[in-house]
Ligand binder design. Structure first.
Ligand code: ADQ
Length: 734
């Protein structure tokens, strides 16, 4: 494996005796990848950090470093110029003004070419080459041209901007085409994936289908791969005696403050250091009891110091710190301790251990590893994380205190809440946060990215390899079936189970496969979930003709969009029990009375109930009818009322997934059916399957289903294999 990044993970310095010494460099990417590569014998191509220095490759810990020299002019035009003066601000919501200079672009292209050439030279036959970040956006396509045999992954650590912003870039097409040279393009969050896919379609005409793009006769996968930290190592570091002692000393050096607030960032205008200083300063000015006895430490690592916008940011922050300390500091006890320095990892961990509140307030941030490092260091389970909504981390760390950094009052209020949060509440939230960081560490991130990259070679073969033999043979037989209904639950099946239901996201591969299946002839696809239809729509997203059924079947989007199979001619059979039929008759009579009293309402009789349409009536009638129904029929045992737009749906059936699936199946003319579910409520659906149908239970537990697979990853595999097999199946002419 070859990693290609702007910087090497080590600062290499030539000694007077000609030897080279290596020192680990700070920064998010290095922190993330160092633990993985030290375990593999890999190569890393990158700049060593000084201008005009030619260095030989060196091997440390099984990793060969290939330094790529940059001239002073190139550093200024490619690195400080195009990368950090054009792309960085543009990709971070144009917080600072991006500058567009043609000679910067020329240098960027030239240096990207050199990176591509060096990668082509270093990569073995069929190697995996993993290219990183915004400094190297053109390398994927350049490398592909030189070495079509290698598998190319690209990961972008910073945000991908909204379409409207990106469109300003004069070289917008070239950059998108450059990235599309990769087999897999990864971003931190799904919003970035959507922005990118939209642009790839508009700018270079790529065909977008779910998480697959096709461009220049190739398929490219895109996806969100939220980066993380080595959580275990970070937690172990936090409990080392020298770290806990340093943390205690830190607090006592500060005069044992009642509360310690911490900020740790590269000194960058995107990090919103000014936001938290302003909030803290104002609370001090207002003599708010929450900040009584509180102090703040702000660590700001020197960064990109030759760029004007960074010089100005530093000046502003230091002026702010000076003003707060001038007004509220005491001799020996500043209100804000400001450190414009880089620290070794153990010293940094001591700060995290010492801090009661961690303030992370970027205006925009791809992920933000500092937030995760703080959590990993809170081994005693307390501490409060205040986190900007505009970080990638906010998508995962939902139990932090989320803030909009542009809302000063909101940040102040949240800081106050953080400083006064009871211990029990802190522990409750931290437990959730720690579990998230522990289970989604950097190792999982890299493995997921690399295995997805591996799968791009032949996604179907990869999926089949992971499926049990009996599931494979079921897939084969279903692929040949003339009419097919694919039904599936959502949570725990399409989407891994998560602590916070709002954070559930379906696996892109599963959704892609469902979409592919849904557009095939004689094939219907339905997601049947206990969630409300509205939620389901949001979570499944634009899934094309995939049919959605919510509230265990009580909310059905209507089957009009589904393919009616040739075998089905007659009306949908009703499946009412005797009791339900009686109730329905009683309802029929009651609504008939209602219609007599209010002649402008319209009744629609359905197999399982009646819809009372109110469109065309007066507001007075609308209210009166609604009241009569709510106080009357809605109170009857067994009657459900679903209010819609100008309609009240009265139903006598108690919904369950079995009825929903059976109803769909019969409405479609009884096609052969496969249903996938993980929950007890899915057993109803397994229960209505007919001989020849296939029930697949996901995960452990008793079940009526004949087949079992382990997790949503395998669901995605099953659906991928089924879609591919059915796609190649020859369908009879209708
Ligand atoms: P960064 O913008 O650098 O990374 P971040 O994710 O917070 O931001 O990573 C900073 C790293 O530097 C952390 O590991 C932190 O411990 C370390 N660090 C910060 N201050 C330090 C100091 N004074 N001394 C020593 N170490 C220090 C970019 C993107 C992020 C994305 C990462 C990884 O901007 O959004 O999370 O890449 O993809």
């Amino acid at each position: 494996m070859v990693v290609v990044a702007n910087r090497l993970p080590f600062d290499l310095k030539k000694q007077p005796d000609g030897s080279t010494i290596a020192r680990q460099a700070p920064g998010g990417l290095v922190t993330a990848l160092a633990p993985i590569l030290s375990r593999r014998e890999g190569a890393w191509i990158g700049w060593a950090g000084d201008a005009d220095v030619e260095l030989d490759p060196t091997t440390t810990d099984g990793l060969t470093l290939h330094p790529l020299p940059l001239s002073a002019d190139e550093i200024s035009a490619y690195y400080e110029g195009f990368s950090n003066g054009t792309l960085w601000p543009l990709y971070h919501d144009a917080i600072a003004d991006p500058e567009y200079h043609r000679h910067w672009w020329d240098a960027y292209r030239r240096v990207n070419r050199r990176f591509a050439e060096k990668s082509a030279e270093v990569a073995a036959d069929g190697a995996v080459v993993w290219i990183h970040d915004y400094q190297l956006l053109l390398v994927p396509a350049m490398l592909r041209e030189l070495r079509p045999d290698v598998r190319i992954g690209f990961f972008q650590h910073i945000p991908f901007p909204p379409v409207e912003l990106y469109m300003r870039l004069p070289w917008r097409k070239e950059i998108i085409a450059g990235m599309l040279g990769a087999d897999l393009i990864g971003f931190q969050v799904s919003g970035a994936v959507r922005n990118f896919a939209r642009l790839a379609r508009t700018l270079v005409g790529a065909d977008v289908s779910g998480s697959s793009l096709s461009y220049a006769d190739r398929n490219i996968r895109v996806g969100a791969f939220p980066i993380s930290i080595d959580a275990k190592a970070q937690s172990e570091l936090a409990v080392r005696p020298e770290v806990t002692e340093a943390a205690a000393k830190l607090r006592s050096d500060l005069g044992n403050p009642r509360k310690l607030i911490l900020g740790v960032d590269r000194l960058d205008y995107t990090k919103g250091i000014n936001v938290r200083l302003r909030a803290f300063g104002e609370l001090l000015a207002e003599r708010d009891p929450a900040v009584d006895g509180a102090t703040m430490i702000q660590i700001a690592t020197p960064s990109r110091e030759r760029l004007g916008s960074y010089v100005r940011t530093r000046e502003n922050i230091e002026r702010q710190v000076g003003a707060i300390n001038g007004d509220y500091g005491r001799i020996g006890h500043p209100a804000v301790s400001y450190l414009h320095q880089s620290f070794p990892r153990d010293e940094l961990a001591a700060f995290y251990v010492a801090a009661d509140v961690m303030a992370v307030t970027p205006l925009r941030d791809g992920m933000n590893l500092v937030a995760k490092e703080y959590i990993a260091c809170r081994t005693d389970g307390d501490g409060v994380l205040l986190l900007s909504e505009f970080t990638g981390a906010a998508g995962e760390l939902r139990q932090s205190l989320l803030v909009n950094p542009y809302d000063t009052n909101g940040v102040k209020e949240t800081l106050r809440t953080a400083l006064q949060m009871p211990h029990q509440e802190q522990k409750k939230r931290m437990r959730f946060l720690r579990r998230q960081v522990r289970t989604h560490d950097v190792d999982a991130w890299a493995k997921t990215f690399l295995s997805t990259l591996e799968d791009t070679k032949d996604p179907v073969a990869a999926a089949l390899k992971r499926l049990p033999a009996e599931v494979k043979s079921a897939v084969r037989s279903l692929a040949d079936e003339q009419y097919l209904l694919v039904g599936t639950d959502f949570d725990g099946v399409l989407s891994p189970l998560v602590e916070d239901p709002a954070a559930a996201r379906p696996l892109p591969a599963a959704i892609d496969a469902l979409r592919t299946l849904a557009v095939l002839p004689n094939t219907s696809v339905a997601v049947i979930s206990g969630r409300s239809l509205d939620q389901l729509r949001l979570l499944v997203g634009d899934a094309g003709p995939v049919h959605l059924v919510g509230s265990h079947g009580a909310e059905d989007a209507g089957i009009s969009g589904l393919v009616h199979h040739a075998a089905h001619t007659g009306p949908t059979p009703t499946t009412l029990t005797d009791d339900e039929q009686h109730l329905k008759d009683r309802l029929d009579r009651a609504v008939a009375d209602l219609a007599e009293k209010y002649p402008t309402i319209r009744l629609e009789h359905k197999p399982t109930g009646i819809a009372v349409h109110l469109r065309g009536t007066t507001p007075e009638v609308e209210t009166a009818v609604a009241q009569e129904i709510t106080r009357g029929m809605a109170e009857w045992d067994g009657v459900r009322v679903l209010p819609g737009k100008k309609v009240l749906e009265l139903s006598v059936v108690t919904a369950d997934k079995g009825r929903a699936l059976a109803g769909l199946r019969s409405a479609l003319g009884g096609p052969r059916t496969i249903f996938l579910g993980d929950d007890v409520t899915d057993e109803h659906a397994f229960g209505v399957l007919q001989p020849g149908d296939v029930g697949v239970k996901v995960g452990p537990g008793e079940t009526a289903a004949k087949l079992r697979i382990s997790d949503p990853r395998q669901v995605a595999d099953l659906l991928t294999a089924l879609a591919a097999a059915r796609q190649t199946h020859k369908f009879p002419l209708q």
